[in-house]
Design a protein around this ligand. Structure first.
Ligand code: SF4
Length: 198
């Protein structure tokens, strides 16, 4: 695909409004063989500025939960349904989601992860192709097909939800624990990092 270099989208002008509002394309980050991939909705202001998904406050929440589950940010892949920041942080439109889907599908194909964690309503509905109540469904796993391949999707609340609703913190932490288990991260039983040298 000429717009991609490996998993990085290098040039794309499919979404006219997003081309206006973005300052850069924000591709996924993390190992290209990660067992665990997190999928968010779209870059926000900080992500657009820094060129990386889930940085800023939501990123801190995610990083903390990963650490508590014995993982480091560097161990996992983090990406978005759309790679360019929508104006005024609005939700991406159906057309924009469809435009960017090819890149996400290619990313998932190349990663072939053990589990895909959808962070919030938009990515959950986009990948499960149905309406999703994330608060009720958080922590549930669905076996589905994405671009023809069998995939395991774990629904999660958005990390930012824990900032304005503290009751979501436990739900989020438990979901990340489940993600680590599904990805085959072994529990050392001492509450310490579970990936060897971490
Ligand atoms: S959001 Fe995706 S499809 Fe739309 S312009 Fe950006 S990279 Fe292209």
């Amino acid at each position: 695909m000429e717009q991609m270099d490996g998993l990085t989208v290098t040039a794309c002008e499919r979404c006219p409004e997003l081309c206006e509002s973005r300052s850069r394309i924000v591709s996924g980050v993390g190992p290209e063989d990660a067992d665990l991939v997190f999928v968010g909705e779209a870059p926000g202001a900080t992500e657009d500025e820094r060129g990386e998904p889930f940085v800023g406050r939501s990123g801190d929440v995610l990083d903390d939960a990963l650490r508590d589950a014995g993982l480091a940010r560097a161990d996992v892949r983090i990406t978005n349904c759309v790679r360019c920041r929508p104006p005024d942080n609005r939700d991406p439109t159906d057309d924009e989601l469809a435009n960017c889907r090819e890149y996400l599908e290619r990313e998932l194909d190349l990663l072939d992860p053990e589990v895909i964690v959808t962070l919030g309503k938009v990515p959950s509905e986009h990948l499960l192709e149905r309406s999703v109540g994330v608060t009720n469904e958080a922590g549930t796993v669905t076996e589905t097909r994405i671009a023809g391949a069998p995939r395991r999707v774990l629904v999660s609340v958005h990390p930012a939800a824990t900032l304005y609703d503290p009751s979501q913190r436990e739900t989020f932490a438990e979901t990340i624990d489940t993600a680590a288990d599904l990805a085959g991260v072994e529990d050392s039983g001492d509450g310490q990092a579970r990936l060897g040298d971490f």
